[in-house]
Design a protein around this ligand. Structure first.
Ligand SMILES: [Zn+2]
Length: 217
């Protein structure tokens, strides 16, 4: 049942304190290569179990619901945009309210309005920052050994090796670069899909994507 050639898949990881961990079960990925195991004790992945290293068989769409963190991204970006708009509107309102008071020398009311607004806006900024936690990274993996395939394009594999990491929109560049450096794999940014696909084509990518990327989908 082992695949004769590696299968290319795509997956995501959550960024934890010690590095990348799997997004659902929180298993650490200290190195580029990983091997599946099952707590029940059988070789992973098994047909009637949920074990194995998960990936999807193609480059994910924005908000792809076969992934976990990525599925929530459009809503997160919308919420972050709205919260940022609230902060900007709040600062404009604060300025409009305080300016006439300060001009008249009414320092106490100006201070109280300023303090109340700062508190409220601070809470909005905190919510804004909390939305993007935990940070996550996406990437292409070469799957080998036993690989199970499902109709929805989900794969469960025995072995996986990270071929490259992809920084999603909204995740800090420095953070992504340091994790890629630690694992010794190249990093591409979310807008560099074609460069990533070209890199994968040169490194044993079995996907036929040179033409797909040209058609611009
Ligand atoms: Zn199992």
């Amino acid at each position: 049942m082992a695949t004769p050639l590696p299968v290319l898949g795509f997956r995501e990881w959550v960024v934890a304190r010690g590095g990348l961990v799997s997004s659902i079960r929180g298993e650490p990925w200290p190195e580029a290569a990983a091997r599946a195991s099952c707590e029940i004790g059988h070789p992973a992945p098994a047909d009637d179990c949920r074990c194995g290293i998960y990936a999807i068989e193609s480059w994910p769409k924005i908000g792809d619901d076969r992934l976990y963190e990525e599925a929530a991204t459009p809503m997160r970006l919308l919420a972050q945009g709205l919260l940022t708009a609230v902060v900007l509107a709040g600062l404009a309102a604060l300025f409009a309210m305080d300016q006439p008071l300060v001009a008249r020398g009414s320092w106490m009311p100006a201070f109280l309005i300023g303090a109340a607004m700062t508190l409220g806006l601070g809470a909005v900024v905190a919510a804004d920052l909390a939305i993007m936690r935990p940070a996550y990274l996406m990437g292409a993996v070469l799957l080998s050994g036993r690989v199970l395939r499902y109709e929805n394009g989900v794969l469960r594999a025995e072995h996986a090796r990270i071929a490259c990491l992809v920084r999603p929109i909204g995740v800090r560049r420095v953070l992504a670069a340091s994790l890629a450096g630690r694992l010794g794999v190249p990093l591409f940014h979310w807008y560099e899909r074609n460069q990533a696909l070209r890199y994968l084509s040169e490194h044993g990518d079995p996907w036929e994507r040179a033409s797909a990327s040209r058609s611009g989908d």
